[in-house]
Ligand binder design. Structure first.
Ligand SMILES: NC(=O)C1=CN([C@@H]2O[C@H](COP(=O)(O)OP(=O)(O)OC[C@H]3O[C@@H](n4cnc5c(N)ncnc54)[C@H](OP(=O)(O)O)[C@@H]3O)[C@@H](O)[C@H]2O)C=CC1
Ligand SMILES: CC(=O)N[C@@H](CCC(=O)OP(=O)(O)O)C(=O)O
Length: 344
């Protein structure tokens, strides 16, 4: 297999490179950049000195069409233009950006403030939430890899939503993320002095992942209603924790809910459901493709509290992209993703 990474100099790109260069089915990984030409990759990423002698190459769409897989780890606004041309070749395409996730063009235009991808490209894109959409992913030529927050939130809600148990309009999500979620480009919001010993809410009622979560949630449970979704920046590098509050249509208990989650995720090695009283922290999935879930039914208020954690660069981006590639090519979904969490 010969694969390519567009946006290889970014955080998603370098994480993809780490995974793909250790993947048993990948023979060659071509690194593309829109701003560098022939530069050694180690100039961008010195931690690879003595390990990789790769250089980054200018984007060459004709060459990319002949690869087996092209990963687009580019900011929003790029893949909607690049994908239609790439799909004319033999390469399968996995897009890590938000360009191809929203099926309604108007929703993209509202939340991403730009023109949406062509309708026929959106139609061909399969939403790559690996645990829930496996059948379509196996036959896909184009994957819209889910956003980091939607991955954590949707995996946390799936067993309840798919069983139609959510009381309409009751879902509230309080999510926290590390700074690598914002990418490598410097910004004032990511400045050390702005973030260290600080904890901030951002994009209040405007986060672009809101319609993505609702789109998938409503496919499972049309009556789930709109969500309340808040995102916070935490002074750490990697990790997302989504704390989700939901009311159920019918009474339940922690034991019964945990049993239903275990049953739903029994065949899914990357989702680990914690025992009663156990709640995961972000460090417990650091550097891995796991999504860890803990929950408790508050019988006093009738609300369930669900905690779902992922590593934003792994299950929230590059890890899930490789999991999708594995499924598209018929390999076991864990191929090349057998990492223990880095701890402490
Ligand atoms: N960081 C995360 O945790 C997650 C990120 N994502 C999404 O994945 C994508 C990549 O994110 P991330 O790696 O964090 O972002 P970065 O900002 O770290 O990297 C993006 C890369 O895209 C390249 N790029 C910039 N402009 C263009 C262009 N016009 N054409 C082609 N390439 C371009 C740049 O490299 P160069 O100048 O060398 O071309 C840059 O290194 C984004 O859409 C992001 O929203 C999704 C889930 C999680
Ligand atoms: C910390 C931080 O800023 N995180 C980003 C992650 C979103 C992202 O990766 O963008 P798309 O999934 O839409 O492509 C954010 O909250 O907007």
């Amino acid at each position: 297999m010969k694969v390519g990474i567009v946006g290889s100099t970014g955080y998603g790109g370098v994480e993809l490179y780490r995974l793909l260069s250790n993947h048993p089915e990948v023979r060659e990984c071509v690194l593309y950049s829109s701003s560098l030409d022939g530069t050694p990759y180690t100039e961008q990423y010195p931690h690879l000195y003595g390990i990789s002698e790769q250089r980054v190459h200018p984007i060459d769409e004709e060459q990319m069409k002949g690869l087996d897989v092209v990963f687009l780890a580019t900011p929003s606004g790029i893949s909607k233009k690049m994908t239609p041309g790439l799909l004319g070749g033999q390469a399968k395409v996995i897009d890590l950006s938000g360009d191809l996730r929203l099926k309604e063009r108007g929703a993209y235009e509202t939340w991403y403030h730009g023109e949406a991808a062509p309708a026929d490209t959106l139609e061909r894109a399969v939403y790559g939430l690996a645990e829930c959409n496996g059948r379509s992913i196996r036959d896909a030529e184009l994957i819209a890899n889910p956003g980091c927050f939607p991955t954590a939130v949707l995996l946390g809600l799936y067993p309840l939503a798919a069983a139609g148990r959510i009381k309409p309009g009751s879902v509230i999500i309080d999510a926290k993320t590390g700074l690598s979620g914002a990418g490598r480009k410097a910004s004032l919001a990511g400045h050390f002095a702005e973030t260290q010993e600080n904890f901030r809410i951002y994009k209040v009622h405007e986060h672009q992942h809101t319609p993505e979560i609702e789109q998938q949630l409503h496919e499972w449970a049309l009556d789930a209603g709109p969500i309340t979704f808040s995102t916070h920046l935490v002074p750490m590098t990697r990790g997302i924790m989504a704390t989700i509050y939901v009311e159920l249509k019918d009474p339940s208990s922690t034991e019964e809910l945990l049993a239903s989650y275990r049953e739903e995720y029994d065949d899914h090695p990357f989702v680990r459901v914690r025992p009663k009283g156990g709640f995961p922290g972000t460090k417990e999935v650091f550097g891995t493709n796991y999504c860890d879930i803990g929950l408790s039914m508050d019988e006093r208020t009738g609300r369930v509290t669900i905690v779902s954690v992922i590593d934003n660069l792994m299950k929230g981006a590059a890890g899930q992209a490789v999991q999708n590639m594995n499924m598209m090519f018929g390999w076991h979904e864990t191929t090349g993703l057998h990492h223990y969490p880095i701890y402490p």
